[in-house]
Design a protein around this ligand. Structure first.
Ligand SMILES: Cc1cc2nc3c(=O)[nH]c(=O)nc-3n(C[C@H](O)[C@H](O)[C@H](O)COP(=O)(O)O)c2cc1C
Length: 440
């Protein structure tokens, strides 16, 4: 079993670690080069707009024209430039990499870097200027993360957006203002071009914001790859991704956590995805194949009617309940876009399977659904409260008195990345029984 001791010190996806290592390695190598050789490296691998306007200078210039839109991402002006860029990349690249997988992250990173360089040229910096550093590509990661949080793609591949929409909008506005400000102020104040390639940052940001929609979700990389004739390679990459189900399944089980109902918003699982979630309930352990589970799907306006049922049930339980308490009941189902009521159709007096086992089966079905929703990028929480055990609620939902409501499974998209919860160590709850322990 994976232990804390085996956890990597740097909890970033492999693609992010490799890109950081490459950037640091290049910088170290350049520091060791004689000045002339380092200047040659900057000239060849840095991004010069002027290079594309110069007369044909032969093969080496053509080589530089082709590689420099990518290679400039690994060249940095100094250690501070490198450290700042890599710190940002570790934060934003890791968030995106965990969502998309390594292959897709690398492709998105380079596309954003190239787009940033092109945007920089488009906004006409001085033609002799040299573009260095990964910040255009990293801005792409910021744009991608912002897009996912502000406007999540319909089919997400992991449990994100990363942050609350309002936080992200504030961050993006400040980030854009700082970038443009740092770029424009030197020009306004001293009519000189500043050291910050804000045009590249803006270009990278826009590219990441737009492209993440096409990259996100399983198997959708082909849409982007098609024009380049790379469908096969990318299909293989996606197959490699899906050839790791054991690791991914375990990772998914180990990362699931409940998200409060009020933090779940649209989109909720629907159509084929909801069917798949329900299919996982059919895999719950089920003694004597009694299939005791029943599911009621409640969404849209029906949630309001469920709220009315809850409020009526409260008034029956407590005729003195005040308006605030009734309103609270009314609003309960409105917290999330989808509720699956998990019910147990109990077979009484079964000689082999007592009622408790049938309820356990339905509990396992609910847990499978929570796990499936989490694996698809949704989240949920199983809630009961007095309503689950109220005969009036059961009747209103068309259940019999002998049946149980195992829980109301609230489902939706989390409105920010769930905070990691401290979990107890399993060892605290486990002991080995050998049969030789002293009694008592
Ligand atoms: C059958 C059942 C009923 C639950 N009912 C409630 C409830 O009414 N209110 C509540 O706050 N948590 C309830 N919980 C606990 C939450 O579903 C959830 O497990 C808890 O918030 C811990 O989060 P975790 O799943 O990330 O560990 C219930 C859990 C189970 C299994």
């Amino acid at each position: 079993m994976a232990s804390q001791q085996n956890a990597p010190i740097l909890n970033a996806p492999a693609s992010v670690r490799w890109i950081v290592a490459l950037a640091v390695g290049v910088h170290v190598l350049r520091a060791l080069l004689p000045t002339g050789a380092d200047e040659w490296a900057l000239e060849t691998f840095g991004f010069y707009p002027a290079r594309y306007q110069a007369a044909d200078n032969g093969g080496s210039e053509l080589f530089a024209q082709i590689v420099s839109p990518v290679t400039h991402l690994f060249l940095h002006a100094d250690w501070m430039h490198l450290v700042m860029n890599m710190a940002f990349f570790l934060a934003f690249g890791s968030a995106i990499g965990r969502r998309m997988g390594n292959a897709q992250l690398v492709v998105l990173y380079f596309l954003c870097g190239i787009a940033a360089a092109l945007f920089w040229v488009y906004l006409n910096p001085p033609q002799h200027a040299l573009l260095l550093g990964a910040s255009g590509a990293i801005s792409g990661m910021v744009g991608a993360a912002a897009r996912v949080s502000i406007w999540p793609p319909r089919h997400s591949s992991s449990a994100l957006p990363f942050w609350r929409r309002s936080t992200v909008i504030a961050f993006v506005v400040i980030w854009l203002l700082l970038n443009v400000g740092f770029g424009i102020f030197p020009i306004m104040l001293s009519n000189s071009y500043g050291g910050i390639a804000w045009e590249a940052h803006l270009g990278g940001f826009i590219a990441g914001f737009l492209l993440i929609g096409a990259f996100d979700g399983r198997g959708r990389l082909g849409v982007v790859a098609m024009p380049f004739g790379l469908q096969e390679e990318f299909r293989t990459m996606n197959q490699i991704r899906s050839a790791r189900p054991a690791v991914d399944a375990l990772e998914s089980l180990l990362t699931r956590c409940s998200v409060p109902a009020k933090m779940l918003r649209e989109p909720a699982p629907d159509g084929a995805e909801l069917e798949q979630i329900l299919e996982t309930a059919m895999r719950a352990p089920d003694h004597a194949s009694l299939r005791p589970w029943r599911f009621l799907i409640i969404r849209g306006d029906a949630r309001q009617r469920l709220g009315e049922v809850f409020a009526d049930a409260l008034c029956r339980r407590d005729p003195l309940a005040d308006a605030a308490a009734r309103d609270k009941e009314m609003s309960r189902p409105m917290r999330s876009p989808l509720i699956v009521v998990v019910c147990a159709d109990i077979v009484a007096d079964n000689p082999k399977v007592p009622a408790i086992e049938q309820v356990v089966t339905c509990g396992a079905a609910a847990q499978n659904m929570l796990n499936a929703a989490h694996a698809m990028g949704y989240a949920g929480i199983l809630l009961t409260g007095k309503n689950a055990h109220d005969p009036f609620v059961k009747q209103a939902l068309g259940l019999k008195a002998k049946d149980e409501i195992v829980g109301f499974l609230y489902l939706g998209t989390p409105d920010c990345e769930p905070r990691p919860k401290k979990r107890p160590a399993a060892a605290e709850f486990v002991r080995e029984w050998t049969g030789r322990e002293p009694l008592g």
